[in-house]
Write a protein that binds this ligand. Structure first.
Ligand code: GLV
Length: 310
């Protein structure tokens, strides 16, 4: 019997993925929700978000693949416990996010938020210019994306440290872990970059207490999720000068609501959750490759540990 992947996400990408799947596999078909067809033929779900009640109608489902790098948007509690959940690791996401992080770090390193504000006010005034070596970058999260960002930032000349939940040893990165490691890294971080997965443990981690542990005037980059940042705490830290600038790709509420204090803040640069987007060609290649591994009983790339939440 023909087997199928059900795709729930941006329709244009779904149509491309259906075409590529048809061209590159003999016995797999990709169907774009809500065109489910015979539900008994659906073995795999590839989703950005999952429509309510979907699992009840998919009796043969064997695994759930996230279309994105993150999985928090899938609402883990609604996914049946026995189903393996796999996040997307694909070179397109890694390349895009690495470039976005480099852009954001360079922006705060070279005072771009202040220069944008000066430009609006018609002010031509230079600030002190320092080399990358003068700004220590601390990465929260040393997974696939964190390691790639670390390599790029190290290549630009920034001293790079990183923090992860469990101990890691990575060439060229001062690795920290656990609570003590976090305190040590924060105390020596001029530009803090969040690349963490959003879990109950990391929700709200970017808060007043954490900002207070950074050197005065530190800069913040958030490429994780809006839920990592306690937004009023950032406003207060910018007002007090504890944090001097921020570049944010994510917000508590997306789209960010009208009238939100971040829109007009002179020390904040925003992008609308575009740091990385799963790329059509490399994304489907990674998905089909992972499904082939799964079918062959081989380990898949990006298997989520439900207890850890990533
Ligand atoms: C984007 O935020 C993703 O999770 O891929």
């Amino acid at each position: 019997m023909r087997r199928a992947i059900l795709y729930c996400g941006a329709a244009a990408r779904g149509r491309e993925w259906a075409r590529i799947t048809q061209e590159s596999t003999d016995d797999l078909e990709l169907r774009v929700w809500p065109e489910i067809g015979d539900a008994a033929e659906i073995d795999y779900l590839a989703a950005w978000t999952i429509p309510a009640g979907l699992f009840d109608g998919l009796p043969s489902l064997k695994a759930v693949f996230s279309v994105g790098a993150g999985i928090d948007q899938l609402e883990l509690a609604t996914i049946p416990a026995g189903l393996p959940l796999i996040r997307m690791i694909e070179p397109g996401i890694t390349a895009c996010l690495t470039a976005w992080v480099a852009m954001a770090v360079l922006a705060v390193h070279r005072d771009l938020p202040a220069y944008v504000a000066q430009q609006r006010a018609g002010v031509w005034r230079g600030m002190k210019v320092v080399p990358p070596a003068a700004h220590r970058v601390g990465l929260l999260g040393l997974g696939h994306l964190g390691q790639s960002a670390a390599a790029a930032l190290g290549g630009l000349g920034f001293p790079v440290a990183g923090w992860s939940r469990s101990a890691k040893a990575l060439p060229g990165i001062a690795c920290h872990h656990g609570d003590a490691g976090l305190a040590a890294m924060l105390a020596t971080t001029d530009i803090l970059v969040c690349l963490l997965p959003l879990t109950p443990e990391t929700r709200g981690i970017l808060n007043a207490e954490l900002f207070a542990r950074l050197p005065r005037g530190a800069r913040l980059v958030n490429a994780g999720r809006g839920g990592h940042l306690v937004e009023p705490d950032l406003i207060a830290a910018l007002e007090s000068g504890q944090v001097s600038a921020a570049v944010l790709d994510v917000a508590q509420q997306e789209p960010m609501p009208e009238g939100h204090a971040f829109w007009q803040h002179p020390a904040i640069l925003l992008t609308p959750h575009v740091g990385a987007v799963t790329q059509t060609e490399t994304g489907i290649e990674a998905l089909l490759d992972n499904i082939a591994r799964f079918r062959a009983g081989l380990p898949v790339d990006g298997l989520v540990d439900r207890a850890k939440g990533y």
